[in-house]
Design a protein around this ligand. Structure first.
Ligand code: BGP
Length: 490
Protein backbone atom coordinates (compact mmCIF):
# COMPACT_ATOMS: atom_id res chain seq x y z
CA UNK A 1 0.00 0.00 0.00
CA UNK A 2 1.34 3.42 -0.95
CA UNK A 3 1.28 5.76 2.00
CA UNK A 4 -0.03 9.15 1.03
CA UNK A 5 -2.32 11.98 2.11
CA UNK A 6 -6.01 11.86 1.20
CA UNK A 7 -7.14 13.04 -2.23
CA UNK A 8 -8.06 16.72 -2.23
CA UNK A 9 -5.84 17.55 0.75
CA UNK A 10 -5.26 21.30 0.75
CA UNK A 11 -1.49 21.81 0.52
CA UNK A 12 -0.37 25.43 0.52
CA UNK A 13 1.26 28.21 2.47
CA UNK A 14 0.28 31.07 4.77
CA UNK A 15 0.92 34.80 5.08
CA UNK A 16 -0.69 37.88 6.61
CA UNK A 17 -1.12 41.37 5.17
CA UNK A 18 0.56 43.15 8.08
CA UNK A 19 3.85 41.28 7.59
CA UNK A 20 3.79 40.61 3.87
CA UNK A 21 1.94 43.27 1.91
CA UNK A 22 3.82 46.47 2.68
CA UNK A 23 2.43 49.59 0.94
CA UNK A 24 1.16 50.77 4.30
CA UNK A 25 0.25 54.24 3.06
CA UNK A 26 -0.80 53.55 -0.55
CA UNK A 27 -4.17 53.76 -2.27
CA UNK A 28 -6.03 55.04 0.73
CA UNK A 29 -4.96 52.44 3.29
CA UNK A 30 -5.34 53.85 6.80
CA UNK A 31 -2.80 53.52 9.63
CA UNK A 32 -2.99 50.21 11.48
CA UNK A 33 -1.69 48.97 14.81
CA UNK A 34 0.95 46.87 13.04
CA UNK A 35 2.48 50.01 11.50
CA UNK A 36 3.79 50.97 14.94
CA UNK A 37 5.65 47.67 15.54
CA UNK A 38 9.29 48.51 16.02
CA UNK A 39 12.00 45.96 15.17
CA UNK A 40 13.34 44.17 18.23
CA UNK A 41 17.02 44.23 19.02
CA UNK A 42 18.34 40.76 17.97
CA UNK A 43 19.96 40.48 21.41
CA UNK A 44 16.46 40.21 22.85
CA UNK A 45 15.21 37.61 20.38
CA UNK A 46 14.93 34.81 22.87
CA UNK A 47 13.55 36.80 25.75
CA UNK A 48 10.44 37.98 23.91
CA UNK A 49 11.13 41.37 25.41
CA UNK A 50 9.61 43.37 22.63
CA UNK A 51 6.61 45.52 22.02
CA UNK A 52 4.72 42.44 20.90
CA UNK A 53 4.05 41.34 24.44
CA UNK A 54 4.28 44.68 26.23
CA UNK A 55 0.99 46.50 26.86
CA UNK A 56 0.85 49.56 24.60
CA UNK A 57 0.10 53.14 25.60
CA UNK A 58 -1.22 56.06 23.55
CA UNK A 59 2.05 57.88 24.09
CA UNK A 60 4.01 55.02 22.49
CA UNK A 61 1.62 54.96 19.54
CA UNK A 62 2.07 58.70 18.94
CA UNK A 63 5.80 58.37 19.28
CA UNK A 64 5.93 55.59 16.66
CA UNK A 65 3.88 57.58 14.17
CA UNK A 66 6.17 60.59 14.41
CA UNK A 67 9.42 58.72 14.85
CA UNK A 68 11.80 59.19 11.93
CA UNK A 69 14.67 57.07 13.27
CA UNK A 70 13.18 53.75 14.41
CA UNK A 71 12.62 50.76 12.14
CA UNK A 72 9.05 49.72 11.41
CA UNK A 73 9.48 46.81 8.96
CA UNK A 74 5.82 45.81 8.80
CA UNK A 75 5.25 49.01 6.84
CA UNK A 76 7.12 47.59 3.88
CA UNK A 77 6.80 43.82 4.56
CA UNK A 78 7.88 41.83 1.50
CA UNK A 79 6.07 44.11 -0.94
CA UNK A 80 3.45 41.56 -1.95
CA UNK A 81 1.35 44.59 -2.86
CA UNK A 82 3.42 45.13 -5.97
CA UNK A 83 4.69 41.58 -6.51
CA UNK A 84 1.58 39.49 -6.06
CA UNK A 85 1.67 38.15 -9.63
CA UNK A 86 5.21 36.91 -9.33
CA UNK A 87 4.56 35.41 -5.88
CA UNK A 88 1.40 33.63 -6.95
CA UNK A 89 3.23 32.21 -9.98
CA UNK A 90 5.84 30.79 -7.59
CA UNK A 91 3.11 29.27 -5.43
CA UNK A 92 1.56 27.72 -8.53
CA UNK A 93 4.95 26.32 -9.51
CA UNK A 94 5.13 24.55 -6.14
CA UNK A 95 1.66 23.15 -6.85
CA UNK A 96 -0.24 25.01 -4.10
CA UNK A 97 -3.89 24.01 -3.77
CA UNK A 98 -4.59 26.81 -1.32
CA UNK A 99 -3.04 30.08 -0.18
CA UNK A 100 -3.76 31.66 3.17
CA UNK A 101 -3.63 35.45 3.22
CA UNK A 102 -5.36 38.12 5.24
CA UNK A 103 -7.27 41.17 4.12
CA UNK A 104 -6.04 44.36 5.78
CA UNK A 105 -9.15 45.85 7.38
CA UNK A 106 -7.48 49.27 7.18
CA UNK A 107 -7.27 48.95 3.39
CA UNK A 108 -11.03 48.41 3.12
CA UNK A 109 -12.14 50.81 5.89
CA UNK A 110 -9.10 53.07 6.48
CA UNK A 111 -10.38 54.43 9.78
CA UNK A 112 -12.66 51.54 10.57
CA UNK A 113 -15.83 53.53 11.26
CA UNK A 114 -16.69 54.78 7.75
CA UNK A 115 -19.98 53.88 6.13
CA UNK A 116 -18.48 53.34 2.68
CA UNK A 117 -15.46 51.19 1.85
CA UNK A 118 -12.32 52.27 0.04
CA UNK A 119 -12.73 51.05 -3.54
CA UNK A 120 -8.98 50.95 -4.23
CA UNK A 121 -8.51 48.54 -1.33
CA UNK A 122 -11.28 46.26 -2.53
CA UNK A 123 -9.89 46.34 -6.08
CA UNK A 124 -6.48 45.15 -4.88
CA UNK A 125 -7.86 41.92 -3.43
CA UNK A 126 -10.00 41.38 -6.54
CA UNK A 127 -6.79 41.29 -8.55
CA UNK A 128 -5.16 38.90 -6.07
CA UNK A 129 -8.12 36.50 -6.00
CA UNK A 130 -8.40 36.56 -9.80
CA UNK A 131 -4.73 35.72 -10.09
CA UNK A 132 -5.12 32.80 -7.66
CA UNK A 133 -8.15 31.61 -9.54
CA UNK A 134 -6.14 31.61 -12.76
CA UNK A 135 -3.98 28.85 -11.28
CA UNK A 136 -6.77 27.02 -9.48
CA UNK A 137 -5.46 28.02 -6.04
CA UNK A 138 -8.20 28.29 -3.40
CA UNK A 139 -7.82 31.40 -1.23
CA UNK A 140 -8.14 30.97 2.55
CA UNK A 141 -8.80 34.43 3.93
CA UNK A 142 -8.28 35.70 7.47
CA UNK A 143 -10.39 38.76 8.24
CA UNK A 144 -8.26 40.02 11.11
CA UNK A 145 -4.62 39.10 11.47
CA UNK A 146 -2.56 41.24 13.88
CA UNK A 147 -3.74 44.38 12.11
CA UNK A 148 -6.44 46.74 13.31
CA UNK A 149 -7.41 50.27 12.15
CA UNK A 150 -5.49 52.57 14.46
CA UNK A 151 -8.32 55.10 14.61
CA UNK A 152 -10.52 52.47 16.27
CA UNK A 153 -7.80 51.93 18.87
CA UNK A 154 -7.19 55.58 19.72
CA UNK A 155 -10.74 56.90 19.38
CA UNK A 156 -12.85 53.96 20.52
CA UNK A 157 -10.55 51.96 22.80
CA UNK A 158 -10.33 48.99 20.43
CA UNK A 159 -12.29 45.82 21.04
CA UNK A 160 -13.16 46.71 24.61
CA UNK A 161 -15.78 48.96 23.03
CA UNK A 162 -18.85 47.00 21.94
CA UNK A 163 -19.42 49.36 19.02
CA UNK A 164 -16.43 47.79 17.28
CA UNK A 165 -18.58 44.67 16.70
CA UNK A 166 -20.75 46.70 14.30
CA UNK A 167 -17.71 48.08 12.47
CA UNK A 168 -16.25 44.61 12.09
CA UNK A 169 -19.51 43.11 10.86
CA UNK A 170 -19.83 45.90 8.30
CA UNK A 171 -16.30 45.17 7.11
CA UNK A 172 -16.93 41.40 7.04
CA UNK A 173 -20.20 41.77 5.11
CA UNK A 174 -18.53 44.09 2.63
CA UNK A 175 -15.79 41.64 1.73
CA UNK A 176 -18.04 38.57 1.91
CA UNK A 177 -20.36 40.15 -0.66
CA UNK A 178 -17.62 41.55 -2.84
CA UNK A 179 -15.67 38.29 -3.07
CA UNK A 180 -18.65 35.94 -3.25
CA UNK A 181 -17.77 33.14 -5.65
CA UNK A 182 -14.05 33.96 -5.41
CA UNK A 183 -13.42 32.99 -1.80
CA UNK A 184 -15.01 30.07 0.02
CA UNK A 185 -12.77 29.53 3.08
CA UNK A 186 -12.67 32.21 5.77
CA UNK A 187 -11.06 32.59 9.20
CA UNK A 188 -12.36 35.33 11.47
CA UNK A 189 -9.62 36.24 13.99
CA UNK A 190 -6.05 35.02 13.76
CA UNK A 191 -4.86 33.44 17.01
CA UNK A 192 -7.84 34.85 18.90
CA UNK A 193 -6.25 33.71 22.18
CA UNK A 194 -3.34 36.06 21.63
CA UNK A 195 -5.52 39.00 22.50
CA UNK A 196 -4.88 37.86 26.03
CA UNK A 197 -1.16 38.39 25.59
CA UNK A 198 -0.73 41.27 23.23
CA UNK A 199 -4.08 43.04 23.06
CA UNK A 200 -2.83 45.93 21.04
CA UNK A 201 -1.90 44.43 17.68
CA UNK A 202 -5.05 42.44 17.10
CA UNK A 203 -7.39 44.26 19.41
CA UNK A 204 -6.27 47.87 19.56
CA UNK A 205 -6.20 47.70 23.37
CA UNK A 206 -4.20 50.40 25.11
CA UNK A 207 -3.30 50.10 28.77
CA UNK A 208 -2.21 53.50 30.00
CA UNK A 209 -0.54 52.23 33.16
CA UNK A 210 1.46 49.72 31.10
CA UNK A 211 -0.33 46.81 32.77
CA UNK A 212 -2.67 44.32 31.17
CA UNK A 213 -6.17 44.73 32.59
CA UNK A 214 -7.81 41.30 32.59
CA UNK A 215 -11.34 42.63 32.96
CA UNK A 216 -10.98 44.75 29.82
CA UNK A 217 -9.14 42.03 28.00
CA UNK A 218 -11.82 39.38 28.52
CA UNK A 219 -14.56 41.86 27.67
CA UNK A 220 -12.74 42.61 24.43
CA UNK A 221 -12.44 38.88 23.70
CA UNK A 222 -16.16 38.50 24.31
CA UNK A 223 -16.82 41.18 21.72
CA UNK A 224 -14.61 39.34 19.26
CA UNK A 225 -16.52 36.11 19.92
CA UNK A 226 -19.82 37.84 19.14
CA UNK A 227 -18.35 39.55 16.07
CA UNK A 228 -16.99 36.22 14.83
CA UNK A 229 -20.37 34.52 15.26
CA UNK A 230 -22.15 37.34 13.45
CA UNK A 231 -19.61 37.20 10.62
CA UNK A 232 -20.19 33.43 10.42
CA UNK A 233 -23.92 34.05 10.25
CA UNK A 234 -23.40 36.59 7.45
CA UNK A 235 -21.00 34.28 5.57
CA UNK A 236 -23.57 31.49 5.47
CA UNK A 237 -26.39 33.85 4.50
CA UNK A 238 -24.39 35.47 1.70
CA UNK A 239 -23.17 32.20 0.23
CA UNK A 240 -24.12 28.78 1.61
CA UNK A 241 -20.87 27.48 0.07
CA UNK A 242 -18.81 29.50 2.56
CA UNK A 243 -16.93 27.66 5.29
CA UNK A 244 -15.80 29.64 8.31
CA UNK A 245 -13.12 28.61 10.75
CA UNK A 246 -11.79 29.82 14.09
CA UNK A 247 -8.03 30.14 14.53
CA UNK A 248 -6.13 29.29 17.70
CA UNK A 249 -2.46 29.62 18.56
CA UNK A 250 -2.30 26.09 19.86
CA UNK A 251 -0.09 25.71 22.86
CA UNK A 252 0.47 22.08 23.67
CA UNK A 253 1.94 21.87 27.11
CA UNK A 254 3.12 18.72 28.85
CA UNK A 255 3.16 18.18 32.58
CA UNK A 256 6.82 18.30 33.63
CA UNK A 257 6.43 15.16 35.76
CA UNK A 258 3.74 12.70 36.81
CA UNK A 259 3.38 14.61 40.07
CA UNK A 260 -0.38 15.17 40.30
CA UNK A 261 0.13 18.90 40.92
CA UNK A 262 2.08 19.21 37.67
CA UNK A 263 -0.63 17.30 35.83
CA UNK A 264 -3.30 19.59 37.25
CA UNK A 265 -1.24 22.64 36.31
CA UNK A 266 -1.03 21.35 32.73
CA UNK A 267 -4.84 21.02 32.69
CA UNK A 268 -5.14 24.65 33.78
CA UNK A 269 -2.76 25.66 31.04
CA UNK A 270 -4.80 23.76 28.49
CA UNK A 271 -7.98 25.42 29.70
CA UNK A 272 -6.47 28.87 29.28
CA UNK A 273 -5.69 27.93 25.66
CA UNK A 274 -8.80 25.91 24.75
CA UNK A 275 -11.25 28.42 26.25
CA UNK A 276 -11.28 30.20 22.89
CA UNK A 277 -11.98 27.17 20.72
CA UNK A 278 -14.47 25.83 23.29
CA UNK A 279 -16.54 29.00 22.81
CA UNK A 280 -16.18 29.19 19.06
CA UNK A 281 -16.64 25.52 18.20
CA UNK A 282 -19.05 24.43 20.94
CA UNK A 283 -20.96 27.71 21.06
CA UNK A 284 -20.81 28.47 24.76
CA UNK A 285 -18.49 29.49 27.58
CA UNK A 286 -16.96 26.42 29.27
CA UNK A 287 -17.80 25.93 32.97
CA UNK A 288 -14.13 25.95 34.07
CA UNK A 289 -13.95 29.67 33.24
CA UNK A 290 -16.45 30.51 35.99
CA UNK A 291 -13.89 29.74 38.66
CA UNK A 292 -11.15 31.62 36.83
CA UNK A 293 -13.37 34.69 36.42
CA UNK A 294 -14.50 34.56 40.06
CA UNK A 295 -10.98 34.24 41.43
CA UNK A 296 -9.71 37.06 39.28
CA UNK A 297 -12.61 39.43 39.87
CA UNK A 298 -13.64 39.39 36.20
CA UNK A 299 -17.21 39.93 35.10
CA UNK A 300 -17.81 39.57 31.41
CA UNK A 301 -20.85 41.61 30.43
CA UNK A 302 -23.24 39.69 28.17
CA UNK A 303 -25.92 41.70 26.40
CA UNK A 304 -29.31 40.01 26.02
CA UNK A 305 -29.08 37.71 23.02
CA UNK A 306 -25.33 37.09 23.23
CA UNK A 307 -25.68 33.53 24.46
CA UNK A 308 -28.04 32.71 21.62
CA UNK A 309 -25.67 34.24 19.06
CA UNK A 310 -22.78 32.10 20.26
CA UNK A 311 -24.95 29.00 20.28
CA UNK A 312 -26.54 29.54 16.87
CA UNK A 313 -23.46 30.44 14.86
CA UNK A 314 -20.46 28.30 15.80
CA UNK A 315 -17.69 27.84 13.25
CA UNK A 316 -17.64 25.13 10.58
CA UNK A 317 -14.07 24.05 11.21
CA UNK A 318 -11.14 24.70 13.48
CA UNK A 319 -7.75 25.93 12.37
CA UNK A 320 -4.64 26.51 14.41
CA UNK A 321 -0.98 27.41 14.38
CA UNK A 322 1.53 24.97 15.79
CA UNK A 323 5.24 25.67 16.12
CA UNK A 324 6.38 24.06 19.34
CA UNK A 325 5.33 22.57 22.64
CA UNK A 326 6.08 23.62 26.20
CA UNK A 327 6.38 22.17 29.68
CA UNK A 328 4.29 23.03 32.73
CA UNK A 329 5.24 22.57 36.33
CA UNK A 330 3.23 23.54 39.36
CA UNK A 331 4.72 26.62 41.08
CA UNK A 332 4.92 24.45 44.21
CA UNK A 333 7.41 22.16 42.49
CA UNK A 334 9.62 24.73 40.79
CA UNK A 335 13.29 25.05 41.67
CA UNK A 336 15.66 27.93 41.08
CA UNK A 337 17.58 26.01 38.43
CA UNK A 338 14.60 25.57 36.17
CA UNK A 339 15.46 28.09 33.58
CA UNK A 340 12.85 29.76 31.46
CA UNK A 341 13.09 29.25 27.73
CA UNK A 342 11.66 31.46 25.04
CA UNK A 343 8.79 30.45 22.86
CA UNK A 344 5.98 31.36 20.58
CA UNK A 345 4.49 34.04 22.80
CA UNK A 346 5.04 32.16 26.01
CA UNK A 347 7.86 31.58 28.38
CA UNK A 348 8.32 28.22 29.98
CA UNK A 349 10.66 25.52 31.07
CA UNK A 350 13.00 23.69 28.67
CA UNK A 351 12.06 20.16 27.62
CA UNK A 352 15.18 17.97 27.92
CA UNK A 353 13.98 15.69 25.11
CA UNK A 354 13.65 18.43 22.51
CA UNK A 355 15.93 20.72 20.55
CA UNK A 356 15.20 24.41 20.11
CA UNK A 357 15.39 26.76 17.12
CA UNK A 358 17.71 29.80 16.91
CA UNK A 359 14.91 31.72 18.58
CA UNK A 360 14.58 29.19 21.39
CA UNK A 361 11.33 27.58 20.20
CA UNK A 362 11.26 23.88 21.14
CA UNK A 363 10.82 21.68 18.08
CA UNK A 364 8.33 18.87 18.62
CA UNK A 365 6.81 17.04 15.61
CA UNK A 366 5.16 14.33 17.74
CA UNK A 367 3.54 17.15 19.71
CA UNK A 368 1.64 18.01 16.53
CA UNK A 369 0.18 14.49 16.41
CA UNK A 370 -0.65 14.76 20.10
CA UNK A 371 -2.44 18.05 19.57
CA UNK A 372 -4.31 16.90 16.45
CA UNK A 373 -5.63 13.91 18.36
CA UNK A 374 -6.59 15.97 21.37
CA UNK A 375 -8.41 18.63 19.35
CA UNK A 376 -10.27 16.11 17.22
CA UNK A 377 -11.28 14.05 20.26
CA UNK A 378 -12.63 17.20 21.84
CA UNK A 379 -14.41 18.88 18.94
CA UNK A 380 -15.10 16.35 16.17
CA UNK A 381 -14.95 19.04 13.49
CA UNK A 382 -12.53 19.19 10.54
CA UNK A 383 -9.14 20.60 11.49
CA UNK A 384 -6.66 22.60 9.48
CA UNK A 385 -3.06 23.47 10.33
CA UNK A 386 -2.78 27.01 9.01
CA UNK A 387 0.66 27.82 10.44
CA UNK A 388 3.72 25.71 11.17
CA UNK A 389 7.36 26.11 10.32
CA UNK A 390 10.85 27.00 11.32
CA UNK A 391 12.03 30.57 11.68
CA UNK A 392 15.74 30.45 10.82
CA UNK A 393 18.68 32.48 9.57
CA UNK A 394 19.33 31.55 5.93
CA UNK A 395 22.63 31.88 4.11
CA UNK A 396 22.76 32.81 0.45
CA UNK A 397 25.65 31.03 -1.30
CA UNK A 398 27.78 32.78 -3.89
CA UNK A 399 25.82 31.21 -6.72
CA UNK A 400 22.58 32.42 -5.13
CA UNK A 401 21.42 29.02 -3.87
CA UNK A 402 20.08 28.53 -0.34
CA UNK A 403 20.57 25.15 1.30
CA UNK A 404 17.92 25.11 4.01
CA UNK A 405 18.11 21.43 4.98
CA UNK A 406 17.13 22.36 8.59
CA UNK A 407 13.80 23.69 7.31
CA UNK A 408 13.16 20.62 5.16
CA UNK A 409 13.96 18.42 8.14
CA UNK A 410 11.55 20.32 10.40
CA UNK A 411 8.68 20.30 7.90
CA UNK A 412 9.19 16.70 6.84
CA UNK A 413 8.99 15.44 10.40
CA UNK A 414 5.84 17.45 11.04
CA UNK A 415 4.17 16.20 7.85
CA UNK A 416 5.00 12.60 8.82
CA UNK A 417 3.26 13.14 12.15
CA UNK A 418 0.26 14.71 10.40
CA UNK A 419 -0.02 11.49 8.38
CA UNK A 420 0.04 9.45 11.59
CA UNK A 421 -2.73 11.62 13.00
CA UNK A 422 -4.85 11.09 9.90
CA UNK A 423 -4.30 7.36 10.33
CA UNK A 424 -5.38 7.81 13.96
CA UNK A 425 -8.70 9.00 12.56
CA UNK A 426 -8.28 12.78 12.63
CA UNK A 427 -10.12 14.70 9.91
CA UNK A 428 -7.46 17.05 8.58
CA UNK A 429 -8.39 19.40 5.73
CA UNK A 430 -5.09 20.96 4.86
CA UNK A 431 -1.72 22.37 5.72
CA UNK A 432 -0.41 25.87 5.08
CA UNK A 433 3.09 26.32 6.53
CA UNK A 434 3.81 29.81 7.75
CA UNK A 435 5.58 32.48 5.70
CA UNK A 436 5.82 30.43 2.50
CA UNK A 437 7.51 33.45 0.98
CA UNK A 438 9.82 35.21 3.45
CA UNK A 439 8.15 37.97 5.42
CA UNK A 440 8.60 40.11 8.52
CA UNK A 441 8.36 38.35 11.89
CA UNK A 442 5.24 39.04 13.93
CA UNK A 443 6.95 38.98 17.30
CA UNK A 444 10.32 40.58 16.60
CA UNK A 445 9.67 42.45 13.32
CA UNK A 446 12.89 41.02 11.91
CA UNK A 447 13.25 39.99 8.28
CA UNK A 448 16.13 37.70 9.13
CA UNK A 449 13.81 35.27 10.90
CA UNK A 450 12.80 33.45 7.74
CA UNK A 451 10.24 30.70 7.19
CA UNK A 452 9.92 30.68 3.40
CA UNK A 453 10.41 28.29 0.54
CA UNK A 454 11.11 31.47 -1.38
CA UNK A 455 13.83 33.88 -0.29
CA UNK A 456 13.19 37.62 -0.37
CA UNK A 457 16.27 39.77 -0.81
CA UNK A 458 15.65 42.27 1.99
CA UNK A 459 17.39 42.80 5.30
CA UNK A 460 16.15 43.92 8.71
CA UNK A 461 16.59 47.56 7.74
CA UNK A 462 14.53 47.16 4.59
CA UNK A 463 17.55 47.35 2.27
CA UNK A 464 17.74 45.04 -0.73
CA UNK A 465 16.17 44.41 -4.11
CA UNK A 466 13.21 42.45 -2.66
CA UNK A 467 13.79 40.01 -5.51
CA UNK A 468 12.59 36.44 -5.01
CA UNK A 469 14.64 33.24 -5.28
CA UNK A 470 13.94 29.55 -4.71
CA UNK A 471 15.49 27.81 -1.69
CA UNK A 472 16.19 24.04 -1.64
CA UNK A 473 12.96 23.66 0.34
CA UNK A 474 11.04 25.07 -2.65
CA UNK A 475 11.90 22.04 -4.78
CA UNK A 476 11.41 19.69 -1.86
CA UNK A 477 7.89 21.03 -1.12
CA UNK A 478 6.97 20.85 -4.80
CA UNK A 479 7.76 17.11 -4.76
CA UNK A 480 5.83 16.61 -1.54
CA UNK A 481 2.72 18.22 -3.02
CA UNK A 482 3.06 16.43 -6.35
CA UNK A 483 3.26 13.02 -4.65
CA UNK A 484 0.73 13.81 -1.89
CA UNK A 485 3.67 13.26 0.46
CA UNK A 486 4.21 9.64 -0.58
CA UNK A 487 7.85 10.54 -1.26
CA UNK A 488 8.48 11.26 2.44
CA UNK A 489 6.26 8.60 4.04
CA UNK A 490 8.07 5.38 4.76
C1 BGP B 1 2.01 33.44 14.68
C2 BGP B 1 1.38 34.53 13.85
C3 BGP B 1 2.04 34.86 12.57
C4 BGP B 1 3.49 34.58 12.57
C5 BGP B 1 3.96 33.38 13.30
C6 BGP B 1 5.44 33.25 13.48
O1 BGP B 1 1.86 33.70 16.03
O2 BGP B 1 0.03 34.27 13.57
O3 BGP B 1 1.63 36.13 12.16
O4 BGP B 1 4.34 35.57 12.24
O5 BGP B 1 3.36 33.27 14.55
O6 BGP B 1 5.86 34.11 14.47
P1 BGP B 1 7.09 35.06 14.29
O7 BGP B 1 6.83 35.82 13.05
O8 BGP B 1 7.12 35.91 15.47
O9 BGP B 1 8.26 34.17 14.17
Amino acid sequence: MVKQFPEGFLWGGATAANQYEGAWDLDGRGPATSDTSRAVDPEKRKTMEGEFTTPMTLEKVKFALEDTEGLYPKRWGSDFYHRYKEDIALMAEMGFKTFRLSIAWSRIFPKGDELEPNEAGLAFYDKVFDELNKYGIEPLVTLSHYEFPLHLATEYGGWKNRQVIDFFVRYAETVLKRYKGKVKYWLTFNEINILGMTGYLSGGLLFEDGKLNLQEMYQAVHHQFIASSLATKAAHAIDPENKVGMMLARMESYAATCHPDDVMEAIHKDHSNLFYSDVQVRGKYPSYMNRFFKENGIEVVFEPGDEAILKQYPVDFMSFSYYMSSVTRSPKNQTEEQKATAGNLILGEANPYLEASDWGWQIDPVGLRVTLNKLYDRYQVPLMIVENGLGALDKVEEDGSIHDSYRIDYLEKHIQQMYEAIEDGVELMGYTPWGCIDLVSASTSEMSKRYGFVYVDADDQGNGSFDRSRKDSFFWYKDVIASNASNILK
